[in-house]
Design a protein around this ligand. Structure first.
Ligand code: ATP
Ligand code: MG
Length: 559
């Protein structure tokens, strides 16, 4: 745990896994707990993984135990160093640190192989010559038992010989498998003589070409947990039916301990997809800028958009842990970001859609700049000068020729206060040939600096910038990535059909000069507009700033 990355842990929400752990600590079953986060390095992590990270690392912190980071690297063709590095970066960025070195399932390849020979010796595994197709056909269904493989009763000696020759590379890919010898009539399909080793000539990022046989996930995972002394092996509900196999493998081998597998429900976020395979499609088809596109629900994407580690941890806490469906509205995630940024982001003014205003009675020297704090509740954030000039920018939306009832912003003949400065009145509207309002002529009430105007009330306050002082910035406005709440929930439609064509809008905006000095990944509130963050990669201090909109100030989704 990096000391500065994590604020005092927020009040933990009680859930069934905590109850199990507390029982185990009370009864003395365990004196110290060990958990692990076991990603496959076949893509970047997403918000669902963040839930699992916060759970596993959070429990270790709360109960003074340990949490390992272990890569499940048993599928060499889909895995890469790039993914493994990004995953480590994400875990640390979220504020967590794994125990000791990073672990890899591949560290255990030799041990896993030796254990497989032991299973063979006990008559509990056999080499099978059925093709993948034949294996599938004889597996049976939920209502019908499977059929025994004709190779099921090979002698131990023959099995050992064939398995060693599989390892030595004597057979082509897919020609043979090693299968656990359990029960083809089991009501649980996972126990119907599952394949535990396959032949695959694939270069492995860590073991190179040392192996041409690779262990399957179900066989590898439980043994890796046991070798690391994991006490509570937490995974998502789709592994519930695999638990009997997890236990079978450990019951039949001389492993150092027998961890307990506990399942909880996956997080599903509306208007997005949480599957590395689907996210990979968005990237490989070039539909987004990459895994770290700010519209991606990846941790890299969320980070680049300006989401904060504290906000994500709070989100994980709020959504809870249970076995029931965990479908969450985007609004919950956004609310967590707003709450975190409200007290951490300095506030400045920016204008996204500028309308020119000329202040007719502006008087150099008399009309003064104003000092304004960067945060109303945090004087320690400091202050800056907000300059004023004859020409200012205001937001187009803050002026209406025909205002709706209750309008508190600017209109012809109406008054409004410029944030931190004077009350102005709109005296004249300049339109172009198409009737579009292109400029306002306004006048300053010089007596309104820091006090109310005489004899009338002006309620509206708008943000603005001095045109002579403001700097241009590129601002990227993001909308939800999909137009459907469950894009991958349609039988007859591909999730890619629901991509929102307007999920990104780039505008040339104006910001206060203070923003030019911003470093990458700095958060700001643009007053009245939302929270924005300088882009992690494209923003270069000293040149034209590049901002990403993290989240608007108000919830616009759950209307
Ligand atoms: P994906 O389908 O996106 O590839 P995965 O489960 O195959 O996800 P892994 O790398 O195997 O990805 O997952 C590492 C850990 O994260 C596992 O323990 C897994 O259960 C957990 N996890 C993955 N997705 C979610 C999710 N949506 N909600 C909660 N936990 C998740
Ligand atoms: Mg997986």
């Amino acid at each position: 745990m990096s000391p500065d990355a994590r604020p005092p842990s927020p009040a933990a929400v009680q859930h069934f896994i905590r109850a199990i752990i507390e029982d185990d600590l009370h009864s003395g079953k365990h004196t110290r707990i060990s958990t692990r986060f076991p990603p496959e390095p076949n893509g970047y992590l997403h918000i669902g993984h963040a839930k699992s990270i916060c759970l596993n690392f959070g429990l270790a912190l709360d109960y003074s135990g340990q949490c390992n980071l272990r890569f499940d690297d048993t599928n060499p063709e889909k895995e890469s160093e790039e993914y493994a590095n990004a995953i480590q970066e994400d875990v640390r960025w979220l504020g967590f640190q794994w125990d000791g070195e990073v672990r890899w399932a591949s560290d255990y390849f030799q041990q896993l192989y030796d254990y497989a020979e032991m299973l063979i010796q006990q008559g509990k595994a056999f080499v099978c010559d059925l093709t993948a197709e034949e294996t599938r056909e004889t597996r049976g269904t939920l209502t019908e038992p499977g059929r025994d493989s004709p190779y099921r009763n090979r002698s131990v000696a023959e099995n050992l010989d064939l398995f060693r020759r599989m390892k030595a590379g004597e057979f082509p890919d897919g020609a043979r498998t090693l299968r656990a010898r359990i029960d083809m009539a089991s009501p649980n399909i996972n126990l119907r003589d599952p394949v535990i080793y396959r032949i695959k000539r694939a270069h492995h990022m860590r073991t190179g070409d040392a192996w041409c046989i690779y262990p399957m996930y179900d066989y590898t995972h439980c043994i890796s947990d046991a070798l690391e002394g994991i006490t509570h092996s937490l995974c998502t509900l789709e592994f519930e039916d695999h638990r009997p196999l997890y236990d079978w493998v450990l019951d039949n081998l001389p492993v150092p301990c027998h961890p307990r597998q506990i399942e909880f429900s996956r997080l599903e976020l509306r208007y997005t997809v949480t599957s590395k395979r689907k996210l990979l499609q968005l990237v490989s088809k070039g539909l987004l800028a990459g895994w770290d596109d700010p519209r991606m629900p990846t941790i890299h994407g969320m980070r680049r958009r300006g989401y904060t580690p504290a906000g994500i941890r709070e989100f994980a806490r709020r959504i809870g842990i249970s076995k029931s469906e965990n479908v969450i509205d985007l609004a919950v995630l956004e609310a967590c970001m707003r709450e975190d940024l409200e007290n951490t982001a300095p506030r400045v003014m920016a204008v996204l859609k500028p309308l020119k205003v000329v202040l007719g009675n502006y008087q150099e020297g008399l009309t003064r700049s104003r000092t304004a704090g960067f945060h109303p509740n945090h004087p320690e954030f400091g202050e800056r000068e907000v300059p004023i000039g004859r020409e200012i920018w205001i937001e187009q939306d803050d002026f209406a020729l025909e205002p709706p009832p209750g309008w508190q912003r600017l209109t012809l003949g109406g008054e409004v206060r410029l944030r931190y400065a004077y009350v102005i009145r709109c005296d004249e509207v300049v339109r172009d040939g198409d009737g579009q309002v292109v400029e306002l002529r306004c006048s300053i009430d010089h007596d309104t600096l820091g006090r109310n105007p005489q004899g009338r009330k002006v309620q509206g306050v708008i943000h603005w910038l001095s045109a002579a002082h403001a700097v241009t910035a590129e601002v990227r406005l993001y909308d939800r990535l999909f137009t459907d709440p469950v894009p991958d929930g349609h039988k007859d439609r591909d999730f890619l059909d629901f991509i929102n064509p307007d999920s990104l809008q780039v505008v040339q905006a104006w910001v206060e000069p203070a923003a030019v000095r911003a470093r990458p990944e700095e958060h700001y509130q643009f007053e009245r507009l939302g929270y924005f963050c300088t882009d992690r990669f494209d923003h270069v201090p000293g040149s034209r700033p590049v901002f990403n909109r993290t989240v608007s100030l108000k919830d616009t989704w759950s209307r």
